[in-house]
Write a protein that binds this ligand. Structure first.
Ligand code: GDP
Ligand code: IMO
Ligand code: MG
Length: 417
């Protein structure tokens, strides 16, 4: 079985948690898109792990963790993440971690340009500042370095020279030094070279032998460069097709596409958010759900669940099921709202239009006040919580498979069991 985990809102829905959960029975897990703009949290065995580039399955010794070709890697961040995990007792070695040589490198000038572009803009995106956009842009320009370049033998003073020359043309007052960058690349090679390889044989062999593969998506549909709220998006395609492509697995081989949502919405950075509660309700959701970024520590903007997004995402991603996290959090509110349509140009619509800024949400109100933290079976959920879940299914036409009732992965209810 090949299962894909994708985000359906604006990120931070609990993809890391879901990927780790699914990896219980997997032989390979692949991170497929984005870079260390992602922050994936796993709470397991009484410990909390925060991952930015490593697949969540790195915690499991028996699973192969792959960083796929669609990922952009800041080698310094990866080196320090490997060290942190090793210090936490996680084994990491070349039999367990595999980095695609095709993955692109986030260079120091990408981070600088990311900051400068933000400074320059009157309407800021609120990027994570990790150099993601400039790195993907240079990848598309075909002048960037890939992980393979670190080990190819002819590391490539010439490539570095060309890449730096371009950056230096953009940067007027500060100039990057190609010798310094070369030395940095040599350090990266020393630390990461042993993990860099061709990943296709690992995936093809696992598939041939009927083993389970999990594709761990990052970001989310509404941060997608093509399908999100452009320009308030990231620079990759975290939809299900882009995620499969970033891993290197064809669409017809994928058995399940699991869309991860929270029972409410959050967003970091700028951009439209029709159901945002920029008020006491939003503050309450933020505190109940501890909605502060794993990557930047920024307080997340919070608001009601927007089912118009989820319904559209079900189609764009071809979802086979949903996972609804944070049912414990939202249940603490007495009254919960869900957006079921947008008022737009004098009409009610149930898709996400290009200028979503002009949409006004239409809400359905649900009774909350449930406590689900210690519940293990779907049938034992309070009626109000079941009504909420079943409405999500009816509205979107997608079955809910998993329900998160606490941050610890033990607190997962499998619907239908
Ligand atoms: P990701 O980027 O999609 O992997 O999500 P993050 O890890 O950035 O953010 C999700 C946050 O919600 C993390 O702090 C998780 O530990 C937490 N979380 C996930 N599911 C649940 C849940 O069902 N209940 C609660 N209380 N917390 C959850
Ligand atoms: P995970 O995988 C939440 C957002 C940033 C910003 C926009 C562009 O943890 O869900 P970028 O640095 O990518 O150029 O920033 O995208 N963003 C995320 N928000 N979770 C993420 O990843 C995100 N990755 C990018 O906040 O609004
Ligand atoms: Mg996150």
């Amino acid at each position: 079985m090949i299962k894909e985990i994708v985000g359906i809102q604006w990120g931070d829905e609990g993809k890391g948690r879901a990927s780790h959960y699914e990896s219980k029975t997997a032989s390979v897990v692949v991170r497929a898109t984005g870079g260390n703009n992602a922050g994936h949290t796993v709470v397991a065995n009484g410990k909390k792990y925060a991952m930015h580039l490593l697949p969540s399955a790195i915690i499991r010794d028996e699973v192969k963790s792959v960083i796929g070709p669609g990922v952009v890697i800041d080698p310094d961040v990866l080196i320090s993440e490997i060290k942190t995990m090793q210090e936490a007792g996680i084994k990491i070695n070349p039999q367990k971690l595999f980095i695609s040589g095709k993955a692109h490198i986030i260079m120091p000038h990408h981070k600088r340009l990311d900051a400068l572009y933000e400074e320059m803009k009157s309407s800021k995106i609120g990027t994570t500042g990790r150099g993601i956009g400039p790195c993907y842009a240079e990848k598309c320009d075909r002048t960037n370095l890939r992980m393979y370049d670190l080990i190819s033998g002819n590391l490539t003073a010439q490539k570095i020279k060309e890449s730096i020359k371009k950056a230096n043309m953009l940067l007027e007052n500060e100039q990057f030094d190609e010798n310094e960058i070369y030395n940095l690349c040599m350090k990266w090679k020393e630390e990461l070279g042993k993990y860099i390889c061709d990943i296709q044989p690992i995936l093809m062999e696992a598939h041939r032998n009927g083993k389970n593969i999990v594709i761990e998506g990052a970001q989310a549909l509404y941060l997608d460069i093509d399908h999100g709220d452009y320009p308030f998006v990231t620079s990759s395609n975290p939809n299900a097709s882009g995620t499969a492509s970033g891993a290197g697995i064809g669409p017809t081989l994928i058995d399940e596409v699991i869309g991860i949502i929270k029972a409410y919405c959050s967003r970091v950075g700028e951009g439209p958010f029709p159901t945002e509660q920029n008020n006491e309700v939003g503050d309450e959701i933020r505190e109940l759900g501890h909605e502060y970024g794993t990557t930047t520590g920024r307080p997340r903007r919070c608001g009601w669940l927007d089912l118009v997004m989820v319904k559209e995402a079900a189609f764009v991603n071809g979802l086979t099921s949903l996972c609804v996290n944070h049912m414990d959090t939202i249940g603490k509110l007495k009254e919960i709202k869900v957006c079921t349509a947008y008022k737009y140009n004098g009409q009610e619509i149930d898709y996400v239009p290009m200028n979503r800024e002009e949409c006004e949400p239409v809400y359905k109100t649900f009774e909350g006040g449930w406590d689900v933290t210690n519940i293990k079976k779907y049938n034992d959920l309070p009626t109000a919580a079941k009504k909420y879940i079943e409405f999500i299914e009816d509205y979107t036409g997608v079955k809910v498979k998993y329900i998160g009732v606490g941050a610890d992965e033990e607190r997962t209810i499998i619907k239908g069991e």
